[in-house]
Every structure is written in structure tokens, then in C-alpha cells.
Design a protein around this ligand. Structure first.
Ligand code: SF4
Length: 1004
């Protein structure tokens, strides 16, 4: 018989082993082909168990290996397989030589390799798919009839270009002595004949389902050989497979179901199904751990008949950490490819490439002759990300014995220094190494530790790290050069840092070398990108598909497999995780240049076939098991997989049950998301002494109002969070620049009786001068260029749409606007009963509007949200209402500071913030929190600039509001120094922990 139909639920491996043992022939004269490699391990093991002694095993191949075997053994060909990137390079050359077929869209303009690269990838995939689909060029060009509809001209042109590549690419591959998966199979099909298999007593094909047209053709050709036998498993939709096999009905036999264990349909030994619905990934692991708890406590009970199936590879690490970590290493085997993009090594390269992508090159006169460490300036935030990566900061210092401690100290000192100099975003490597502040910090550090190397040695080490890591990538000649430098860097990190001591570094590094060596291909020697970032994109693309295999002992202990690795295998207990529709079958989008109707007409139904293949193999996996646990997540974004739905429906039909929920186990777990407040911190004598002498600013008082515990950490212990540097750099930089520019702009206008007309030319000159003084790279590019533009635009609008308007409105009303002070420092001894508090502050701008003293503070934020005082929510007697009602005490605090100097009652002083970060600037950017809610004016009355439209009633309200807030300030000051009041989080604002840097201290 040629074809044997095997009932679902029968163990294919056992069946084959029994078949082989029963035959009189020597196993080594048998050839077995499976869809993939893994069943081969199981078959050898099953034969070993049956034989009980050593033996020569059969030749066992996966389908790909089988094609390679035929290609080299019978065609005598050894051409190496083209990697995708090499194929794209060949296609690019073809694109170059034939402008009329070029993908540039215009005959005269050529695409650079960067531009061609993404489209080249798609062309290669499509060409391979066409060839595997046995589509000839003629058939491909008979587009109209195939698609059954008129194809738009643009699409037709694109397809003609494709046909040009289809005709020429494989010719070129052949001429240059390469091969592809599809071209190998094509060559095999041209020559294959039954005689090829005469040296085998039997050829067994087993476990295949819906293949490409060319693969089907291969199976059929092999079946023509006399001693071939094809085992077809009777999974869901198996009949479709049979339609593609060319055998006579008389040559088909079917094993009776009763002969083997029953399939899913059988009422006798149908597997127990459990459907576990979880709200998220934690829930499914929580339930998996519960199910395995007994076995995990007795690892001897775990064996290769139990499998955790991971269709979503991202679940692997949580499973390793939360489930397998409790088992001995011999208790499980993982056979899932883990994406290299999720490894620390990838992060290392990626952080370096991000740093290089944001590097600014000095293009001023004469700059091109400078060495790279002077010519390029690097963005500090990206630089810190790279040097603080565990692999970089653990590069060994050149000392004996080897230690990485000094390197860590060096980079953390640099981090501190950058933190203190937030004004500069871009530094050249030379500037970093020559920074006198770094030398001072190092000398201070080494002075305290005489056994340490000298500061000059640290700086030499820094330069050397720059030379080994960053500088080589600042100029790249071509892809080979990029590959050589990446391999050099990997060598350096492997030999000169503690990276090899990190878990799994070795398999990751091996996989990296393999990928990078692809880029050293001869074919890529000439290819270069016009921009540096092209190489980094290529790197990301190359690694996006790359996987690393975890080491493990096959066939021992609990098996952890990807979905496709379960093909042809049978397990007793199956734990199928992540059975969600977006995972299995996954997205239906096919990334192809061929339009969907044409793909359909050509029979390229990749996704449809994929769905059928999943269903087929899943049905077999389930049918062969005793217990199957389907895990799926259900929430707003995720739905159970269609295969779970089908299985549920089948069960409902069989048991005549209308409610599917009866079968679903809903996994819920309780998380204590609300962490208790941290314990109170009592005020010791020492702390009270410190508080007595403390000078308080408005921001200190705001911190206390927000959370007294945060005040203790930040203001008493003086702790701060370093990691925020990268984030805060840009906004603080903008704030500093804007304040400096406005101060200089208004400085000549101080004390003038009338504010002069706005002068935007002078403003621009000042902006230029301020940027030049900060030594940014010239000309400005990227984010700095945008920042410069934004500042210029906003400040111009501020002068014309706010400042000038305010001045002229006041003037029209007969009131003068006189600037009194800019960035004025204040200090005040503030008496409350027996106690005196030292208060301080800097007020951006003080002006007179008519008879009123006005205090203004510039904010570069886009909203007044952080300044709001909601008097309606404030209950003086209810301390907990204060942080909810008051977002900032800054302006009333300033009123107190200014009242002493100007000898005015503080409530008579007006205060406001100017919100400069709004999209549109006008007089409404002035916001005074004590004036009450916006839009609270009676209907019909227009809100004007202060004080023009303020009624007596509104003035009284503003004064009353101040008095209320003044009481809050007074009570907070007294509370801070009260020995009976510990620092307590009881009164913190509701959302205060969200952005607090001390959450880890408090366990929040
Ligand atoms: S984490 Fe929360 S409780 Fe702790 S200091 Fe910060 S704001 Fe206060």
C-alpha cells in the first residue's frame, strides 16, 4: 500500500516504530521524512525502547533537510543558500541595471540601497512564494484572465516589474552559483525519478498536511518510487490533503479506529477538556502553576508525555521564571525559538545605535578635518543609556586583578556631572573626556581611595572605551564594514567585560555571530547605505526574525514547545497557553506586493492554508491527549481563539448544552493593588534641629503639601532620583533658555514709564546669542533645531499677542505698565507666634499695573493644571482636603515674600502665572489661581486683563481666598516643625505616588 490513513488519536511515532521493528530490513536502509526535525528524536527513542540494544537508526529528515539531501546527493550541487539580505542585494543590482523596470517609479531617478531595502525584502518573499507555487512567468503575466477582472494600470505596471525580477533574479542566482529554498526544490523537481530511492528498502513520508504546490509535487514524485509509503493523519480537514495526492484508491488503506487509542470524536477515550479563561497573562500562569503544583513538588512525576505549548513566544520568559524556575534543570526541556530582539545583547547594540542615530555632525568650515571624537556631538541622554547598559558599565578596567568596579564608578560620576549641568544636551566625546569637572570628581574620588587608579588612568580608560565602542560606527563604508565592526564590538564585550557571566550570554552571543556573519557576505561588499541610520535599520530588520534556541535535553522531563514543534507528536497532558485569536491563527495580513485577487487567482492562499494547517495539527494534538487545558485571555482587547470557540461549540452540541459558560473556568486572582501607606517617620532631635534652620522655598512647601514623607526624603535627607535625568533634560533646558531670553529682552525696559513696542528682531538676536553661548552643534539639526524654532515662534507670539496687547489695553484705560524687577531673589523672616521661619524665592517678574503690584511667573508647560487652587474643595478644618484642593502654593507664597519688601498687605498683591507652552498665545495665557474659576464672570461681562475688569466683589473674593490660603501656609509651616507630628503619608495627595521618585522606598 502506498498510503496509510491513520486515525486521529493514534500515536504516529509508536505506529512507525512498530512498523519498522516488524519489517525484516536493516533500519539503516530506511528513509523517513517528517515535516520537521523533532519527531525524528522521538522515533529514534521509540525504536531504542523497542529494540533494547544498539542499532543503526534509519535516515530521518525534516522536509527542508530532505530537499537539501536530494539537491546535493543526486544533483551533485553545493551552491550555498542565499540569505534574505543577500537576495535583496542581488535584486538591487537588477533594479539598477534596468531603469525601465526600476521600483523608483521614475526612469531617470535611481533608488538608493536604503530606499530599495524594504521593497526588496517583499519582492524576494513574493518571488519565492511564486516559485513554490509553481507559477511560471507566462502564467504570472496572463494577469487579466487569472484575476478575472480588469487590473488597474498602476498595478499592472508593478506586476510587470515583478515579472522582470521573476525572470531575471533566478537566472542571476544560478549564474552567481547561489541557490534559494525555492530554486533548490525547482531543480530537484526537474530531475527527480524513482531510481533515486533504489538504495532504500523503504521511504516513509509521514505527518504532512497542506503544503505549497512545489512541495506537493515533490511528495507525489517520491510516491512514484515503488517502496514509498505515506502516512496521513486523519486530523480536521484531512480530505483536502488526499485530493492533492496522486495515488490510486486501491493503494490506500485505512487503519481501523478501534486498533488504536480513540480520537476526539470517540466517546470512550475522548480527552478531558478544560477551558481556562483569564483576565491577563498573569492569570493564566497563576492557573498553570496551580495545575502543575503537585508535579512540581515531585519532579519525578514530570515526563516527556506532558507539554506546555507556547504559540506566543513572549510567554516563554514568564513561564521560565515563574513555572520552570522551581524545577531542576533536568526536569524540563525547552524547544522554542526565543527572539533575539528580546535579549540584553540586542538592547546593548540597540542603545548604541540609538546614540549614533541622534549624533549631530559639525558641518561648519574646517570641521571635516577634525577627528570623529571632536566632529560629532552626542545626545547626553542617549549616551548615558548606552554607557549605563550593564555590558558597557561592566567593561574591565585595565588593572590586575581584573575588575569592572572602576568603570561603573567612572560612568556614574559622569552621570552625576551631566545631571548637574542640565544646560548642555550635546557633547563631543573629546569634550566629555576633557571635562575639568569630571577630572575634579575623579580626583576627589581617587583622593579618598589611595589604592584606586589615578584620575588620568580613568580618563584614558574612558577614551579607550569610546574607541572600542562608539567611534568605529561614526563612519561606515559599507555593509561588510558595518558587520566587521559589529563583530569586533561583540568580541570586545565578550572578552573585556563581565557580559559572559550573565545568564545565557553564550547562546545569545553565538546566535549574534551567526547573524552578523551573514552581513559579511561577498554579495554585500559593494552595498552601502547613504545614511548611517540605514545600517542600524538593516541590523534591526535582520534580527527581527532571528531566534535563539535554548539549550535542553530533548525528550526528558516536562516539554515546553512552540505550536509547530508539536506536529506529529502525542502527549498525555497538554497545556495550551495564549489561545487567543490574535495569536492563533494571528493576523491575516499578508505583506505582499501582489494584490489579493491576483494571489487568489494564482492559488497563493497563504493565510487560508495557514488557518487550515493550524486546525489540522491542533485537532491531532488534542485527539492524542488524555487531558487538554486550553488557556485564553479575555478582556477588552483579547478574544478567545476561533479554535477554542469551535471546540466549545462541539462540546455543547454533543452534550446539548446551550450555555458555553458552564464549561469555562474563570480564573480570578486577587491582587493587593492598594499598598498601605508607609510608616510614619518620627522627628528626632537631630531632624528637628535641621528643620529649625531650614530655609523654605515655595517648591519645598509644595512637596510637603503633596506628601510629607516625600518632603522628608527630598528636603531633609536630600535624596534625588538620578534616572529621571534623561527625561527631564529637555524640558528643564527649554525652561532655562526661555527664562534667560526673556530676562535679557526685558532688562532694558526696567523702570520705564511705558513698555516699548515689541521688537521681534531684537528677540531673535537674543535667541541666537543664547544658543551660541550654549555651544550647541552648528548648524542645529534634529530635535535641537525644532526646539529653537518652537522657542522663537512662542516667544514672538508672546510679545505680539500677549505682551503688546496687555500694554496697549492698559494704556487705553489710562493705566501705566511699569516693569519693576526681573528674576528678583527674596528672603523673608516670617514670624508665626514665637517662631520665625526663613522663607525664600525668586520671582520672575514684578510689575505695576496702575496702582496694583503684580507678580508674574513664567511657565513653559501647556496648561495651568498644576497651579489650580480649588477654594470650593478646601475645608480648613479637614487637613486631608488641602492637597486635593491646592495644586500649588507658589503664588500666595510669593505674595507673602513681596509684601514685606513693598510694604503692602499681601492680599492686595496680584499674582499670576504666564502659560507659555500653549498652542496659541494671547492674553488668556495669564492665569491667577486666587481669582477663582475661569469663566466665573456674570453673563455678558467680558474678562479683561487684570485689573481692568475686576469688580469690587471679585477683588474682595480674591483677598478672602488669599487669607484662606495664608492660613494653610501658616499651619503647614508649624506642622513641619511640630515635634509631635511625624512625617506621615496620611495626608498625601491622591495621585502623589504616581510620579514620586521614592516609590521603592515606600513600597508603593
Ligand atoms: S511614594 Fe507616595 S507615600 Fe512615598 S514619599 Fe512618594 S508620594 Fe509619599
Amino acid at each position: 500500500m502506498k498510503v496509510t490513513i491513520v486515525p486521529a488519536g493514534m500515536n504516529l511515532i509508536e505506529l512507525l516504530a512498530g512498523h519498522l521493528v516488524a519489517s525484516p530490513t536493516d533500519f539503516s536502509r530506511i528513509l523517513v521524512v517528517f515535516p520537521e526535525q523533532r519527531p525524528g528524536h522521538y522515533l529514534r527513542k521509540a525504536l531504542g525502547e523497542k529494540m533494547g540494544h544498539s542499532f543503526l537508526p534509519p535516515t530521518i529528515f525534516s522536509l527542508d533537510d530532505f530537499i537539501d539531501f536530494l539537491y546535493s546527493r543526486f544533483l551533485g550541487r553545493e551552491e550555498s543558500l542565499l540569505e534574505t539580505v543577500e537576495a535583496v542585494s542581488l535584486l538591487y543590482d537588477l533594479n539598477e541595471v534596468s531603469p525601465e523596470h526600476s521600483f523608483s517609479g521614475q526612469k531617470e531617478s535611481k533608488l538608493t540601497f536604503d530606499e530599495f531595502f524594504p521593497v526588496g525584502n517583499k519582492i524576494f518573499q513574493d518571488l519565492e512564494e511564486l516559485k513554490m507555487g509553481l507559477i511560471t512567468t507566462d502564467k504570472f503575466l496572463a494577469i487579466d484572465e487569472l484575476a478575472g477582472e480588469k487590473i488597474p494600470e498602476k498595478t499592472r505596471t508593478r506586476l510587470q516589474k515583478m515579472s522582470y525580477f521573476y525572470e531575471n533574479f533566478y537566472r542571476e542566482v544560478e549564474q552567481r552559483s547561489f541557490s534559494t529554498r525555492a530554486s533548490r526544490l525547482e531543480k530537484v523537481l526537474e530531475k527527480i525519478e524513482p531510481g533515486w530511492f533504489s538504495s532504500f528498502d523503504e521511504v516513509i513520508l509521514a505527518g504532512f498536511y497542506l503544503l505549497t504546490a512545489a512541495e506537493f509535487e515533490l511528495l507525489n514524485k517520491v510516491l512514484e518510487a515503488e517502496k514509498t509509503r505515506f502516512f496521513v493523519l486523519k486530523g480536521a480537514g484531512w480530505e483536502e490533503m488526499m485530493k492533492r495526492i496522486r495515488v490510486d484508491r486501491s493503494e490506500i488503506e485505512e487503519i481501523d479506529e478501534a486498533e488504536g487509542s480513540s480520537g476526539e470524536e470517540s466517546s470512550v477515550l475522548a480527552p478531558e477538556l478544560e477551558f481556562c479563561q483569564s483576565p491577563d497573562g498573569h492569570g493564566q500562569l497563576f492557573h498553570l502553576n496551580n495545575l502543575l503544583a503537585d508535579k512540581i513538588s515531585r519532579p519525578a512525576e514530570l515526563n516527556e508525555k506532558q507539554v506546555i505549548v507556547l504559540p506566543a513566544v513572549e510567554t516563554l520568559i514568564p513561564v521560565v521564571e515563574q513555572t520552570l524556575a522551581r524545577l531542576p534543570e533536568t526536569g524540563y526541556n525547552i524547544s522554542v525559538g526565543y527572539p533575539l530582539t528580546r535579549t540584553p545583547l540586542y538592547n546593548f547594540f540597540d542603545s548604541l545605535f540609538k546614540l549614533l542615530e541622534t549624533a549631530e555632525e559639525d558641518s561648519s568650515d574646517g570641521a571635516s578635518s577634525l577627528p570623529p571624537e571632536q566632529r560629532f556631538r552626542l545626545y547626553v541622554s542617549d549616551y548615558l543609556n548606552f554607557v549605563l547598559h550593564p555590558y558597557t558599565k561592566n567593561i574591565y578596567f585595565p588593572a590586575t586583578p581584573r575588575t569592572a568596579e572602576h568603570t561603573r564608578i567612572l560612568f556614574h560620576l559622569m552621570e552625576n556631572n551631566f545631571n548637574q549641568k542640565k544646560g548642555r544636551l550635546f557633547w563631543s566625546l573629546e569634550e566629555m573626556a576633557a571635562d575639568p569637572d569630571l577630572r575634579d570628581s575623579l580626583e576627589k574620588y581617587t583622593g579618598e581611595n589611595p589604592a584606586y587608579p589615578r584620575s588620568s588612568e580613568f580618563i584614558q580608560h574612558l577614551r579607550s572605551i569610546h574607541q572600542q565602542t562608539i567611534i568605529p560606527f561614526l563612519s561606515l563604508k559599507n555593509i561588510n564594514d558595518f558587520a566587521a565592526k559589529s563583530i569586533g564590538l561583540l568580541d570586545f564585550i565578550s572578552e573585556e567585560s563581565t557580559a559572559p557571566l550573565h545568564v545565557l550570554f553564550e547562546p545569545y552571543a553565538r546566535a549574534f555571530y551567526q547573524q552578523l556573519e551573514i552581513l559579511q557576505s561577498q554579495l554585500l561588499t559593494r552595498q552601502k547605505f547613504s545614511r548611517r541610520s540605514g545600517y542600524f535599520q538593516l541590523f534591526r530588520r535582520l534580527f527581527s526574525e532571528a531566534r535563539v534556541r535554548f539549550p535542553g535535553t530533548p525528550l526528558r522531563g516536562l516539554q515546553v514547545l512552540g505550536f509547530w514543534e508539536t506536529r506529529c507528536l502525542q502527549f498525555d497532558d497538554v497545556y495550551l497557553l495564549d489561545l487567543n485569536d490574535d495569536v492563533l491563527p494571528g493576523t491575516s495580513k499578508v505583506d505582499s506586493l501582489l494584490p489579493a485577487p491576483l494571489r487568489k487567482a494564482l492559488g497563493l492562499r497563504y493565510h487560508e492554508n495557514l488557518e487550515k494547517r493550524i486546525e489540522y495539527y491542533l485537532s491531532l494534538l488534542v485527539a492524542g491527549a488524555k487531558n487538554v487545558h486550553y488557556f485564553f485571555i479575555e478582556n477588552d482587547e483579547k478574544q478567545k481563539s476561533r479554535y477554542v470557540e469551535k471546540s466549545l461549540w462541539k462540546k455543547q452540541k454533543k452534550e446539548k448544552e446551550t450555555d458555553e459558560n458552564k464549561y469555562i473556568k474563570k480564573v480570578s486572582y486577587r491582587l493587593a493593588l492598594q499598598t498601605p501607606n508607609p510608616p510614619d517617620i518620627p522627628k528626632t532631635e537631630k531632624i528637628l534641629g535641621y528643620l529649625d534652620n531650614m530655609t523654605l522655598s515655595a517648591s519645598g512647601l509644595n512637596t510637603y503639601l503633596k506628601c510629607p514623607v516625600e518632603f522628608f526624603y527630598a528636603r531633609v535627607l536630600g535624596l534625588s532620583e538620578k534616572e529621571e535625568l534623561a527625561e527631564s533634560l529637555e524640558s528643564s533646558e527649554i525652561g532655562t533658555l526661555v527664562h534667560a531670553i526673556l530676562r535679557q529682552y526685558f532688562w532694558p525696559d526696567l523702570k520705564k514709564k511705558r513698555l516699548p513696542k515689541s521688537d521681534t528682531d531684537r528677540l531673535k538676536t537674543l535667541i541666537d546669542a543664547e544658543f551660541n553661548q550654549r555651544r550647541y552643534p552648528s548648524p542645529l539639526t534634529g530635535s535641537l533645531f525644532l526646539m529653537r524654532k518652537q522657542i522663537e515662534q512662542h516667544l514672538e507670539e508672546f510679545l505680539l499677542a500677549y505682551q503688546q496687547k496687555v500694554a496697549s489695553e492698559l494704556q487705553a484705560a489710562g493705566q501705566d505698565l511699569i516693569l519693576l524687577e526681573l528674576e528678583k531673589d527674596f528672603k523673608l523672616d516670617y514670624k508665626l507666634g514665637q517662631r520665625t521661619f526663613q522663607l525664600k524665592g525668586k520671582i520672575d517678574r514684578i510689575e505695576k499695573r496702575g496702582e496694583y503690584l503684580c507678580l508674574l511667573d513664567y511657565k513653559t508647560s501647556a496648561s495651568e493644571r498644576n497651579q489650580v487652587i480649588n477654594i470650593d474643595k478646601l475645608e480648613l478644618g479637614d487637613r486631608s482636603s488641602w492637597p486635593q484642593a491646592i495644586k500649588s502654593l507658589q503664588l500666595p507664597f510669593y505674595q507673602l515674600l513681596a509684601s514685606a519688601k513693598y510694604q503692602l498687605p499681601p492680599e492686595d498683591i496680584y499674582s499670576a502665572v504666564i502659560i507659555l507652552g500653549r498652542n496659541h498665545l494671547n492674553e488668556k495665557i495669564e492665569y491667577s489661581p486666587l481669582k477663582g474659576r475661569k469663566g466665573s464672570k456674570p453673563k455678558g461681562q467680558v474678562e479683561k486683563i487684570f485689573p481692568l475688569s475686576e469688580s469690587d466683589e471679585e477683588k474682595l473674593k480674591r483677598q478672602q481666598n488669599f487669607r484662606l490660603i495664608e492660613q494653610v501656609i501658616d499651619q503647614l509651616l508649624l506642622e513641619i516643625v511640630d515635634s509631635n507630628q511625624p512625617f506621615s503619608a496620611r495626608f498625601k495627595a491622591e495621585d502623589s505616588c504616581t510620579y514620586c521618585p521614592f516609590t521603592s522606598f515606600c513600597g508603593q
